[in-house]
Design a protein around this ligand. Structure first.
Ligand code: NAD
Length: 413
């Protein structure tokens, strides 16, 4: 089943609960605009996409991914999730996403820059600060955004730092953006635990020093692990696409980050036990954090998941069928549209700074960031308790109501 077909099943469930009309379902299942092309760089052609899923609540917003698995189905799903995520977080954006089907492992920096610039040349008419605002995603970073912004400004002939977020600080980025998704995930987990364990609590998770396994040691996984570690959680396993490492007494995440900064990788870190990605997912931990890519927990392995809580920091790591299995096992799943919203909330702060030209201090940024993240997860939790829905269903309902409400006010429904 394709990723978007999986999404459609979730939409169908909400359709029944909210008694949505055919016109409303059409809006939820169809992107507003799909742009596809091929980028030609040094004689090689790379398929590329930019999809605007919905812009009823504001301009499109979504990252650009460079990955060999990029295709229309994936980008469409990511753009759909962005639509829900921005709506749920209460920030004035619609949802979009972009991607290039490319393997940048072992690719030289100059070629990556050419691909980044070619992407902007191809989609310059589709993006812009009031239209659709790109940001980094898998295998793209602040440097990629700097090349993209430079290309965009050269073409339009003026400075528009608000056209792209996730930029280097020197080009109008903000200090808090690079860790925002992982840090936001940590805040969401902490607040969910507070809500779950409020008052007298006998649940297994209502204790100190929860054990954690993190799949993915990139931008998101490493920042989450760092905050969880520094707050006393025991990270017993962490992995990347080559496999993982395990230590039952807990890994020293700060040392591991230092090791990676110095050019090391997981397999060369001290003498921990090796573990496969599959084994990591099935570990007996309190919190499992998929922070790598889609479709990691499926109907084939969901029965073997032993964690009490799954915190979805990647987009779409748990399939629809797996969701149902986890729910039947009473595993608490904190959905991606809430758990990883920190990235786009921080992007929103960067965009706002760029637009008003008044750059807030780090403490001011963090204060608002924490307020937005905490309000969002509280809204989801309250809806979930009130209606006896899973956190995912509660989040989808809140987000979808707002998107359709905006479409109605615009006269599109
Ligand atoms: P990244 O490229 O920085 O890191 C990805 C990590 O996952 C790497 O360590 C990679 O080795 C690992 N990985 C890739 N495939 C894997 C596999 N099959 N098994 C195990 N590990 C694997 O990417 P990122 O920015 O950290 O993004 C990770 C996820 O978080 C993606 O789903 C992305 O869409 C989502 N996300 C990212 C942001 C952001 O701000 N970067 C925001 C929201 C959501």
């Amino acid at each position: 089943m394709s990723i978007f077909e999986d999404n459609e099943k979730r939409i169908d469930e909400i359709t029944e609960l909210l008694k949505l009309s055919d016109a409303e379902i059409r809006i939820l299942k169809n992107p507003k605009k799909i742009n596809e092309t091929e980028l030609e760089v040094n004689g090689v052609k790379y398929p590329a996409l930019r999809i605007l899923f919905n812009d009823a609540l504001g301009p499109g917003k979504g990252g650009i991914r460079f990955h060999p698995n990029v295709d229309k189905d994936e980008v469409k799903s990511l753009a759909f999730w962005m639509t829900l995520k921005c709506s749920l977080a209460g920030i004035p954006y619609g949802g979009a996403k972009g991607g290039v089907k490319i393997n940048i492992d072992n690719m030289d920096k100059k070629t990556i820059e050419q691909v980044a610039r070619a992407y902007i040349k191809a989609f310059v008419n589709e993006i812009g600060p009031n239209k659709d605002i790109p940001a980094p995603d898998m295998n793209t970073n602040a440097q990629t955004m700097a090349w993209m912004l430079d290309e965009y400004e050269k073409i339009i002939g003026e400075k528009r730092p608000d056209a792209i977020t996730g930029k280097p600080i020197i080009l109008g980025g903000i200090e808090t953006r690079s860790e925002a998704t992982g840090y936001g995930g940590w805040l969401v987990l902490k607040e969910t635990l507070r809500l779950l364990c409020y008052g007298k609590c006998e649940k297994n998770i209502c204790k100190d020093k929860l054990t954690v396994a993190v799949q993915g040691f990139g931008n998101v996984g490493h920042a989450f692990a760092k905050h969880a570690y520094e707050n006393g959680f025991k990270i017993i396993a962490i992995s990347d696409s080559h496999g993982g490492i395990y230590d039952k007494d807990g890994l020293n995440i700060n040392k591991l980050i230092e090791h990676k900064k110095n050019g090391g990788n997981l397999s060369t870190f001290e003498s921990q036990q090796k573990i496969s990605n599959q084994e990591l997912l099935e570990l007996n931990v309190d919190v499992l954090v998929p922070a790598a890519t889609e479709n990691q927990i499926t109907k084939d392995n969901a029965d073997n998941i032993k964690a009490e809580i799954v915190l979805e920091l990647a987009n779409g790591p748990v399939t629809y069928e797996a969701d149902r299995i986890l729910e039947s096992k009473k595993i608490i799943l904190i959905p991606d549209i809430a758990a990883n919203a920190g990235g786009v909330v921080s992007s929103y702060q960067e965009w706002t700074n760029n637009r008003i030209g008044n750059y807030l201090r780090k403490d001011e940024l963090l204060r608002t960031f924490e307020q937005i993240m905490n309000k969002m997860i509280n809204d989801v939790y309250i809806e979930s308790v009130a209606k006896k829905f899973s956190l995912r269903k509660a989040g989808y309902i809140i987000a979808i109501r707002k998107v359709l409400g905006a479409e109605k006010m615009r006269g599109n429904l």
